[in-house]
Design a protein around this ligand. Structure first.
Ligand SMILES: Nc1ncnc2c1ncn2[C@@H]1O[C@H](COP(=O)(O)OP(=O)(O)OP(=O)(O)O)[C@@H](O)[C@H]1O
Ligand SMILES: [Mg+2]
Length: 299
């Protein structure tokens, strides 16, 4: 069963159309990457899923229940980690989670047990200090524990890793991976290596629409050995090669030809050889998420 179904949602702010047909679904126990560049509409979509924003059109279902503005599903809960989580700095982690659990209506005995489990999950179980002394990474980790306090079926994290260093990012991705045993996770990002590390499914948001939605396996199966990556010895030659191969996209050091056929590969080799253009590398490789992202956003 799908924990989340988003169907053709649309939203304008005044005359500005931000969402123009966003559709995707998230199955159970899945980590889902919601990818889009700055201003693509990721946070807007998440606010709509949480019932915090009135959409103009479309439908959202969480655990089979239709979400409407100002309402939450009755049969399951949704956890949320905002992009910049705010805390009461004078509390410690345990006190803060106790407060969140009480507000969420979790029983006292159950709450104590859950707080211990969650603090261990996010690696803050030995931490005694007040939250005001926490680093950004520690705050994100506490934010995930807070978002999981009422055992949600769906955990929504808005750019949980964007402001963190590589170690902090790895910690958060490990926690998200571990959390999928108990919940489905959707997280927004523009860091594609993070997506490749933990997600099994993704959606790309561009121009207000989901331009691709599916499993990472599908992406890789469709695009095996298709990108042709040419590194030139002199960047002045880029324009000459591009004029003969307009399908290619300029990179810092050469060109990349997405979806290159065997013939295009042979043609390119023949061209650089006939024109005696010096190269440092010609490589045919599986297109990664970054290639696909560049392709769908038309760069
Ligand atoms: N309440 C609002 N009123 C007017 N415009 C808004 C409002 N909320 C969002 N927008 C606009 O909608 C667009 C999408 O914003 P959103 O915050 O959803 O993007 P995002 O993909 O989350 O970007 P980022 O990666 O920077 O967080 C932006 O152009 C933003 O200015
Ligand atoms: Mg955002």
């Amino acid at each position: 069963m799908n924990v989340l179904e988003v169907k053709e949602i649309k939203k304008s702010f005044g005359s500005k159309k931000v969402l123009d047909g966003v559709s995707f679904s998230v199955p159970e126990n899945c980590v889902f990457g919601f990818i889009g560049r700055n201003g693509a509409g990721k946070t807007t979509t998440m606010r709509a899923i949480l019932g915090l924003l009135k959409t103009d059109d479309g439908e959202i279902n969480v655990c089979g229940e239709k979400i409407s503005y100002g309402c939450v599903p009755k049969s399951c809960s949704i956890g949320f980690l905002p992009d910049v989580p705010e805390f009461y700095g004078y509390m410690n982690a345990r006190e803060y989670l106790m407060l969140c659990g009480e507000i969420s209506g979790v029983g006292k005995t159950e709450l104590k047990k859950r707080i211990s489990e969650l603090l261990e999950l996010v690696g803050l179980d030995k931490e005694k200090h007040r939250i005001k002394g926490y680093s950004r990474g520690m705050k994100q980790r506490l934010g995930i524990a807070q978002a999981l306090i009422n055992s949600p079926k769906l955990l929504i994290c808005d750019e949980p890793t964007s402001a963190l260093d590589p170690v902090g990012r790895k910690d958060i991705l490990d926690i998200i991976s571990a959390a999928k045993e108990r919940t489905s996770v959707i997280f927004s990002t523009h860091i594609l290596s993070d997506v490749e590390r933990v997600c099994s499914r993704v959606a790309f948001l561009e121009g207000g629409k989901t331009v691709f939605s599916g499993s990472l396996e599908d992406i890789h199966a469709k695009r095996r050995n298709t990108a042709l990556d040419l590194t030139l010895a002199h960047t002045e030659d880029i324009k000459r090669v591009l004029s003969a191969f307009p399908k290619g996209k300029e990179t810092d050091t050469g060109i990349i030809v997405p979806n290159a056929s065997d013939k295009e590969c042979a043609d390119l080799m023949a061209f650089i050889s006939a024109q005696m253009i010096p190269i440092t590398c010609l490589e045919r490789h599986e297109a990664d998420l970054e290639d696909l992202f560049m392709e769908v956003i038309g760069k």
